[in-house]
Design a protein around this ligand. Structure first.
Ligand SMILES: Nc1ncnc2c1ncn2[C@@H]1O[C@H](COP(=O)(O)OP(=O)(O)OP(=O)(O)O)[C@@H](O)[C@H]1O
Ligand SMILES: [Mg+2]
Length: 542
């Protein structure tokens, strides 16, 4: 903030601070400050509430330059909302942290934080000090994570035998709330296969660098596929070149590959047709020499960063050396890494051991459009895979890409830690019941905060029920009593009307990591907000 105050000294040398621009500043303190924060944060959380769950709605956002985004992803919605309020921005970051760490659950975490703040407001009205509320929340969060650990089940993630069914079920739960749920089985399988293809089974880790997600508008979502290799948005330079090269040996050139051109300013004087023909013949023979040099190394495909003219293109076709031109820098690097080739910056340095190797390089064509892409499969060096997403328009394709990211993250988390809990609000309700029971045994003021925490946890099943058109309070009350009487923490909201509340039967599965992270992050932010009791800001900012 510019020039908040200056230090001055009075006639006895005692220091004092002069605060500038007091008339332009607004100050909120104490309970008023808390209320203002809570209101701001609640407003943000309320906008996300309707997006939660398999029947949650999507949001359409138009950016200042007219770009339209349609999404169900909490982090994306908040990021694009362009929130101004400083406290509300904390919630934006909250969902971003969840996104960075876990990938899924970004809507739920904000809804939970909003509910916690709403409950805190009521406690503040009853005169309980914010610090006591914050402490009570902290205790409750610990109890909740302990309860999650207790009810968590270990999932038979059998990576060796590639029994991927459980992983697919979990990925399907993640995708069920997204626009692509009409083919979510196929998408889930793609996500699981992509992760398993690159997973390091010993360290149980997944390198995301190796999973590329490419999109191309057109076709239908069912055309989405997994390519075990690299996809580049390019095509062979001549339409008559073969559409596929088997057992490819690739020369990767970042130097010009064309008949020699004088680079510096020089003048070639041609006075007769004879001379012109000679020059042409010279150029052609030089280029043929270059082609021969490439072929001598054993290469059967050339990938160039630069272009070559039609004349050269024709010669390449005649000499049966397929080529790809105008490949961008990052793609060149990707191809080089994947195929184990070396990038050749000078033509004279081309050698056999610098060639990249791949099982097949083939061209993909789409429908009746002239769009083509190059697929490089079975690369020598890399397990890299590409998920290639198709869809009717840019908005769907972009949303599918975001959803795919969620699914990949969830599968990765399961590979890392194969403990799961059941979704549909079941695990939240189980935690709520556990906390409420413990709260009664605590004699200090924190017991109110803990009970408030338990109530806030109910907001997740409540929102799920509301979004699915069920009576929220009745549904939650019913589920809660059944969880206790039947001693079954798997009972959740039957959002898709399958006729059972047991989320195990419905295969609504979430990772333990994600649920724990949601609880911890939401509690942390709410505690932080509760601890602020003084705001000073330019008057137009509050
Ligand atoms: N078939 C289902 N039946 C009941 N509940 C479901 C079902 N599928 C998903 N859910 C629940 O929906 C919630 C997830 O909703 P959603 O995916 O919209 O939000 P999120 O995962 O919190 O955020 P985001 O996906 O935007 O990052 C979870 O609580 C999950 O248990
Ligand atoms: Mg989700």
């Amino acid at each position: 903030m510019n020039s908040m105050g200056t230090l001055a000294f009075d006639e006895y040398g005692r220091p004092f601070i002069i605060l500038r621009d007091q008339e332009n500043q607004k100050r909120l303190t104490g309970i008023e400050a808390h209320k203002s924060h809570i209101l701001a944060a609640k407003n943000v959380a309320d906008t996300l509430r309707t997006s939660l769950g398999p029947k949650g709605l999507d949001k359409l956002m138009v950016s200042s330059d007219g770009d339209v985004t349609i999404t169900n992803d909490g982090a994306t919605i908040l990021q694009q909302m362009d929130v101004q309020h400083e406290i509300a921005k904390l919630l934006v970051q909250l969902s971003k942290s969840q996104d960075d760490e876990i990938g899924d659950g970004t809507t739920g975490v904000v809804v939970l934080a909003g509910a916690l703040l709403e409950q805190a407001e009521q406690l503040l009205d009853r005169g309980i000090h914010p610090i006591r509320i914050a402490d009570g929340y902290e205790m409750a969060a610990h109890l909740a994570t302990a309860e999650l650990d207790r009810i968590a089940e270990t999932f038979p993630v059998d990576l060796q035998n590639l029994n991927s069914e459980p992983l697919i079920q979990t990925a399907m739960t993640t995708l069920s709330s997204k626009i692509i749920n009409k083919c979510h089985r196929q998408m889930a399988e793609i996500a699981v296969n992509a992760v398993l293809a690159v997973a390091d089974l010993e360290s149980r880790d997944v390198n995301f660098e190796l999973i590329k997600v490419e999109t191309k508008v057109g076709g239908t979502m069912e055309d989405t596929m997994l390519v075990k290799g690299v996809v580049v948005d390019k095509d062979f330079s001549h339409p008559q070149m073969p559409k596929s090269v088997k057992d490819a040996r690739i020369a990767i050139l970042t130097c010009p590959f064309e008949p020699p051109k004088p680079k510096t300013k020089s003048k070639v004087e041609i006075t007769s047709a004879e001379d012109y023909k000679k020059l042409l013949a010279y150029e052609t023979s030089k280029f043929e020499e270059m082609i021969k040099q490439v072929k001598d190394t054993g290469a059967n495909l050339v990938i160039c960063q630069w272009g070559f003219d039609d004349e050269a293109n024709h010669l390449l076709l005649q000499r049966q050396l397929p080529a790809v031109r105008w490949v961008g820098g990052p793609e060149i690097e990707l191809i080089a890494i994947a195929t184990g080739g070396r990038i050749v910056p000078r033509f004279s340095e081309l050698r056999a051991d610098k060639l990249g190797k791949a099982g097949t390089v083939r061209e993909l064509t789409f429908g009746t459009t002239k769009d083509r892409m190059l697929v490089i499969e079975d690369c020598l060096n890399s397990k890299a895979v590409t998920i290639f997403i198709r869809g009717g328009n840019k908005m769907i394709v972009d949303e599918a890409k975001r959803s795919m990211h969620d699914a990949i993250c969830v599968v990765r988390n399961l590979v890392r830690d194969n403990r799961i809990v059941y979704g549909g609000g079941a695990s939240e309700l189980a935690c709520s019941v556990a906390i409420a029971q413990k709260a009664d045994k605590i004699s200090t003021l924190e017991q109110y905060a803990m009970r408030a925490f338990a109530d806030a946890l109910e907001s997740i099943p409540m929102a799920l029920a509301e979004n699915s058109g069920l009576a929220p309070i009745q549904t939650v009350a019913d589920l809660k009593s059944r969880q206790v009487t039947e001693n079954n923490p798997r009972l959740g909201v039957d959002c898709v009307a399958k006729g059972t509340n047991d989320m195990k039967d419905q295969h609504v599965i979430e990772t333990l990591l994600s649920k724990k992270q949601q609880l911890m992050l939401a509690t942390q932010v709410v505690r932080m907000i509760l601890k602020i009791d003084d705001i000073r800001a330019p008057s137009d900012r509050i």
